[in-house]
Structure formats: structure tokens, C-alpha cells
Ligand binder design. Structure first.
Ligand SMILES: [Zn+2]
Ligand SMILES: [Zn+2]
Length: 716
């Protein structure tokens, strides 16, 4: 990265007193301070209160005049040794100017930073912006470049700190740059560029930390101008403190809800200034424009507040509902999920979300139900809301509604839920179809559910076709109706756990008699582990690996088998490219040793609820390693993926797994809620049970046309 620093001669001609021009263009020699060593890093400044030029620096000439003014001020005052105090200045257009350059910095008040000193230990960089300005992207990018230069290739190299002038000193400098004047901000070249931050969120963060530092249980949020859970939870603690709750906790629970309910004051009626500040801050954090001074509930605040009701699917104009919903709205305001459509969201999904809120939270008033997000994304919280609405429509008592797919709900789905559907119950069935869209005809394009079918009682051909394809794809009887198995399949990743299956897997050796027992129970294909990373004698040793000769025994029992590979599949840290590469090698070796023929698919396991960030950081690299490792051994075997629906979908699409084995029985996994079955699913593990005393088995639905597994062995 090369940095352009414009010389003093650029601004010197603008110095108001002509006699000083020569001095301004060529700095005085600086031999009087041998201690200069900017080992600390940089201090950040701005140009102070409102501009004499008006509200902005419209042209570069105005920037140059302003630097010349700084020079004039500083040279009229021997505090600065008759030179401009800043080492560098950066304007809002992104130009970097030489001040005293690599000479010592003297724009700071005297004092020390952890024994380093201030003026002798730091570069000073001044932004040409005023307290009424916010930073521009070109300015911040130039800060980043200059700081990088000062750290790595300046004639006099500086340390890594980035501090605001206000560090351990009372000044409002550097104003709206303060939130960037710290490690890890967007101007820190050691971390990725993260764009502009928000001064209103920054103001909220500073205020909430300063105001509630002493409240019992309070946890500070970062002061960085960026919204996030840590900030809204700090605001939640502030709210609790104002409502008289002690100690405060980082959770908006029933206590907070009830305290708000009994206070019974919406923000526009609120008399406590601190509460008004919290509500304004919550609007800012939620992505709505609110009052810029936080202290007053302005027309902007009110307009956003009413919009937030509408975004949530609520009716602000209905005065009773407006009041009744306020604690729910407050809770939603202090969460990070969105009520506005997000870029990855879908407008039809959002309409369903809003209807869930309107009917079941505002209308029916289900006690256990909170407002669901209205972001257009089918997620765990939306699934919960849908389940609660469904429980209500099935006739479950209000106080018993919990969103859980338990025995009562299952029984109601087998009864009333399996009859002819109209109105709200039919709506929820079709909404669930939409959430499980697309479905697949193997080898053909994905089939999406037509959103126009969600809101009608008419049995359309598009609904009927989608439902039948979904049933076939899910390996359910193709009834075209809302039978129990179909409801279960739509609602939870395990589906109907009692349905028959022809696949199974387990850690137990398949002997001849066990093979016969499996076949007699209807199983045709069994999953077995290729290897185990622990040695016999280790307390956690399972003895799960295929035994010599076992593949032959399995085939002789009239069964097929499929190989699984899992070492330490339950922890994120065990997934790296190198481990994937090495484990593919072990898998290849074992498979060959057992005479498993070429082109067999080996399933590598992700045996925990990996989130998207984990998939990006570790799971994908691991599978890239698996892919490369198998390739290094001549691509004799292909790889499949065992994991949640999301893990299977992403690893198949982004790394190229041949088949998916879905851990459907873990239906509470976030990676299973809100994701359809992967297009290439071959096994769906729906239940674990004790097949015979001491012999545990996983019950796996094998899909017709799925991975055939191993039905012959290679000898010699
Ligand atoms: Zn300053
Ligand atoms: Zn400029």
C-alpha cells in the first residue's frame, strides 16, 4: 500500500500572514527534542467546534485555507514550538497533508499514556472536520492508509495504538471521529475495512455505559457506533434499572415485560428522560431514524415508532391494540432480528410473519408468544411462532401453548389436523409448505411453492402438484393431503419418527445373527464407521470401527452398507483443511483395506449444530481438505456429508459432496430449523432407539434412488 502525502508547500500559500509563508512551506529544524520516538502509535484529532466556513468543506481550497489557519493559530503560541502542532492532516475528501511530518507530535496535552508520554510518544493526525461533521469514507480510508504507513514503512516508525485526544484527558476532541479512534475500528489496518459507523448508536453506547456503570449487574457495551446484541442488552439493563429491577440482567424476560406493562407508558407518553433516551437508542439500533438528541421524543421518533408497529404486522391506529402491544414492541425493539425486510428476505415470507403477529400475538394474545421477526427469513423463531399458531388452531388451551412438537400437538395433528382444512388452519398448512420450498424432482429443477396458494382455500393444481412432489421427495406416501406424516415432515426435520425406514446405522459390529435380525426388521442398508481415532483402553473408546471380515458378513446377510468417517466430529476446532486432508487419507486406506469398491461414497460427519459462521470458518475448509485428500489418493472414493440440513446443503453446493446424510432427529438444531431437505439427501436419520438390549441403532430413511451403498467387495 503506498500512501501519498501532500507537502506543506501545498497549503503554505494560504497562510494569512505573508511573512510567514517561507516558514510554513519549509518547517523549522527540530533538534531540540532527542526523545522523539512515536512508539505509542497515533493520536486522533479533529478541528473542534462548528466551522467558520459553514457546514462543510465544499472545495479543496477551503481545506487548504483551514490548514493554513491551524498553522497560524499554532505559530502564534509557543506551546507548539512555532510550528503546526499536527504531524499530518486528512481532509474530508481523503487528501493527506504534511503537517510537521515525521517530526515529533505536539498537538496533545501533556501527560503520559502508560509511561510512553503523549507528545513525545505519538504521531498526531488531525481530521479536517468539525463537531457538526461526520467522517466520510475517503477520509477514513486515508486514515487507514496513513496509519498502515506509519506502522510499517515510515522513515520514523510508530507503534500500534490508536487513541482519541480525549484519552485520559477532558476534551470533546476528536468529536464524531471518537468512535473510530480505537483498535479494531475501520481505520485500524490490522483488521478488515468495515465501513462507516453510526454516530447516533455511538452516542447511545457512550450514554448507556456512562449512566448505568454502577447499576447492579450492568455489563458495558463496546463504544464503536455499531449496532449489535451487546448494545441492545446494555440498553435492556438500563431499562430494567429505570423500572426498578435489581440486579439487572442481560435478558428481556417476563420480569421486564411485566414491569413495562404495569408502567403502561408508551414512549410518546413517557415522562422519564432516561427512558426516552433508551427508546430512541433502541430505534437507532434497530435501524430506524429517531431523535438525533436522544433526549426528546420527536416527530421523527414517533414516525419511526408507528412504522415499527406496521412493520411488525400490528395496527397502531387501533388504540387498544397500540397500548396492549407496547411491552411486546419494546421487547422486539431490544432484539437484533429485524422487522424490516432484509436483503436475503422474501416478501411473501414476511407477510406470513406479519400475520402470525397480527393474529396470534395481537389478536388471540397467546401468553407464551413474542412477536416474530418480520425480515422475510424463515428461521427458528418463525418456526416457533408457526407452531404456536398451529397449536391454537388445533384447539390446544392458551395456557398450554408452548411451540413444542409434543405428544398433545401430535395427537391433535393426527385428529383435527388431518381432516379437511379451511381458513386459518389451512393457511398455516400452506405457509408451512411455502417455508419448506423448494422441493425437488431428482435430476430436475427445484420446484417452488406458489405463494398465491397460501391465502386460498381452493385446491389449486399448483398446490396439489407441489405437495405430491414434496411427499415423494421426502419419501412419504404420495397422498396429496394434509395427513399426519406430511404435517410432521413440514414442521420438524425428523418428520414422523414412527414411519418405516430401510436404512440404519450404528457403532455395533454386524455379526451374522445381527445381520439377519436387521433384515427381518425391514432394514436393507446399514451405515458403519470406517475407523476410530481412539485406541482400545481409552475411556471413550467405542469399538465402533468396521471389523475385519465384517463387510462380507453384512453382504452375506442380504444387506448393503455405507461407510461413515468420524474422528472428533463434535467440536469446531477439529475441523480444519489439514485434518480433512489427513482424514480422507485414513478413510481411503481403510476403505481399500476392507475391499470397498471404487466410486463408493464415504460420509464425513459434522456431529454438532454448526452455524453459518462455523461453516465458513471451519467446516468448508475441512471438506476442501477431504476433497483434496481423496484426490491425492487418485479419487477412488467420493465424499458425502453427514450433518444438519444447512451443513449438508452448503457443503454439497459449495464443496461438492455427492450425497447428504441428514441428522434429522436433532430437530432443535438451528441448522435444521428453517431449511428444506437437501436436494441430494440419501439418508435421513430420524430416530435413535435400542433395537435389542444393549444394541443401539439409528433409524435412517433411505430415499428411493439415493446412494446405493456397497453391495459387492473387491478381493485381492
Ligand atoms: Zn485534539
Ligand atoms: Zn479536502
Amino acid at each position: 500500500m503506498s500512501v501519498t502525502i501532500l507537502p506543506r508547500a501545498t497549503w503554505a500559500p494560504y497562510v494569512p500572514v505573508p511573512e510567514t509563508y517561507e516558514h510554513a512551506a519549509a518547517p523549522p529544524a527540530r533538534s531540540d527534542n532527542p526523545d522523539w520516538n512515536p512508539v505509542g502509535g497515533v493520536f486522533i484529532h479533529h478541528r473542534g467546534p462548528a466551522s467558520p466556513f459553514g457546514t462543510d468543506y465544499p472545495t479543496e481550497e477551503v481545506c487548504l485555507e483551514d490548514i493554513a489557519l491551524v498553522y497560524n493559530d499554532h505559530t502564534s503560541n509557543d506551546d507548539y514550538n512555532w510550528d503546526i502542532g499536527y504531524n499530518f492532516l486528512i481532509c474530508r475528501h481523503g487528501n493527506i497533508y504534511q503537517g510537521r511530518g515525521y517530526e515529533r507530535g505536539e498537538a496533545n496535552h501533556a501527560g503520559h499514556v502508560e509511561g510512553i508520554g503523549r507528545n513525545a510518544g505519538f504521531y498526531s493526525i488531525c481530521a479536517l472536520m468539525r463537531s457538526n461533521h461526520t467522517a466520510t469514507e475517503p477520509m477514513l480510508r486515508s486514515f487507514r492508509e496513513l496509519i498502515h504507513h506509519l506502522r510499517v514503512d515510515a522513515p520514523v516508525m510508530g507503534g500500534n495504538r490508536i487513541l482519541p485526544h480525549s484519552h485520559e484527558y477532558v476534551t470533546e476532541c476528536p468529536g464524531n471521529l471518537t468512535m473510530y479512534a480505537q483498535w479494531g475500528s475501520t481505520i485500524d489496518p490490522a483488521v478488515p475495512w468495515s465501513g462507516l459507523a453510526d454516530i447516533y448508536i455511538f452516542a447511545a453506547q457512550r450514554w448507556v455505559n456512562a449512566t448505568y456503570a454502577g447499576a447492579p449487574g450492568y455489563v458495558e457495551c463496546p463504544e464503536n457506533g455499531r449496532t449489535g446484541w451487546s448494545t441492545v442488552l446494555s440498553l435492556t439493563q438500563g431499562l430494567q434499572h429505570e423500572l426498578g429491577i435489581a440486579p439487572t440482567v442481560r435478558n428481556f424476560g417476563p420480569g421486564t415485560f411485566n414491569a413495562l406493562k404495569s408502567r403502561n407508558k408508551r414512549p410518546d407518553e413517557e415522562t422519564s428522560q432516561n427512558l426516552v433516551r433508551i427508546y430512541n437508542a433502541a430505534l437507532w439500533c434497530k435501524g430506524y431514524w429517531a431523535s438525533t438528541d436522544h433526549l426528546h421524543w420527536t416527530a421523527d421518533s414517533q414516525e419511526s415508532f408507528e412504522r415499527l408497529y406496521r412493520d411488525a404486522g400490528l395496527d397502531y391506529a387501533d388504540t387498544a391494540q397500540r397500548q396492549r402491544m407496547w411491552p411486546h414492541v419494546a421487547k422486539a425493539m431490544l432484539r437484533m432480528d429485524q422487522l424490516q425486510l432484509v436483503p436475503s428476505g422474501d416478501a411473501d415470507t414476511r407477510r406470513v410473519q406479519q400475520r402470525l403477529n397480527a393474529r396470534y400475538v395481537a389478536g388471540i394474545g397467546i401468553p407464551a408468544m413474542s412477536l416474530v421477526p418480520c425480515d422475510g427469513v424463515y428461521s427458528r423463531d418463525v418456526q416457533q411462532g408457526l407452531m404456536m399458531g398451529l397449536q391454537y388452531e388445533l384447539g390446544i388451551a392458551l395456557g398450554s401453548i408452548n411451540g413444542y412438537f409434543g405428544p398433545g400437538t401430535q395427537a391433535a395433528l393426527r385428529g383435527r389436523g388431518s381432516g379437511p382444512l379451511t381458513g386459518d388452519l389451512r393457511y398455516l398448512f400452506r405457509a408451512a409448505c411455502y417455508f419448506n420450498s423448494p422441493t425437488f424432482i431428482p435430476g430436475e429443477a427445484a420446484i417452488g411453492y406458489d405463494p398465491a396458494d397460501i391465502g386460498t382455500d381452493v385446491l389449486t393444481s399448483t398446490h396439489d402438484r407441489w405437495l405430491r412432489i414434496f411427499q415423494r421427495f421426502s419419501q412419504l406416501p404420495e397422498t396429496g393431503t394434509n395427513d399426519y406424516a406430511t404435517w410432521a415432515q413440514l414442521l420438524v426435520s425428523s418428520g414422523d419418527t414412527d414411519r418405516p425406514a430401510t436404512g440404519c446405522d450404528g457403532i455395533t459390529e454386524i455379526t451374522a445373527s445381527r445381520g439377519q435380525a436387521l433384515r427381518a426388521a425391514g432394514y436393507r442398508i446399514v451405515g458403519r464407521y470406517l475407523d476410530e481415532h481412539l485406541a482400545p483402553g481409552d475411556p471413550s473408546y467405542l469399538g465402533k470401527a468396521l471389523k475385519p471380515g465384517e463387510p462380507r458378513t453384512i453382504l452375506d446377510a442380504g444387506l448393503r452398507f455405507f461407510p461413515i468417517f468420524q474422528y472428533n466430529g463434535t467440536q469446531l476446532a477439529n475441523f480444519t483443511y489439514q485434518k480433512g486432508f489427513d482424514q480422507a487419507g485414513f478413510a481411503h486406506f481403510r476403505a481399500q483395506e476392507h475391499g470397498i469398491p471404487a466410486n463408493t461414497c464415504i460420509y464425513f460427519a459434522v456431529d454438532y449444530d454448526a452455524l453459518d459462521v462455523d461453516i465458513d470458518s471451519n467446516i468448508k475448509p475441512y471438506f476442501e481438505g477431504v476433497k483434496a485428500g481423496l484426490a491425492a489418493d487418485g479419487d477412488r472414493y467420493t465424499f458425502g456429508v453427514y450433518g444438519s440440513r444447512n451443513v449438508c446443503i452448503r457443503v454439497s453446493r459449495e464443496v461438492g459432496a455427492t450425497w447428504s446424510m441428514v441428522s434429522g432427529m436433532s430437530w432443535g438444531f438451528s441448522g435444521n430449523l428453517g431449511f428444506p431437505l437437501p436436494a441430494n439427501w440419501s439418508f435421513n436419520q430420524i430416530r435413535e432407539y435400542e433395537f435389542q438390549p444393549g444394541w443401539g441403532l439409528d433409524h435412517d430413511v433411505w430415499r428411493d434412488g439415493g446412494d446405493p451403498g456397497v453391495s459387492s467387495l473387491v478381493t485381492g
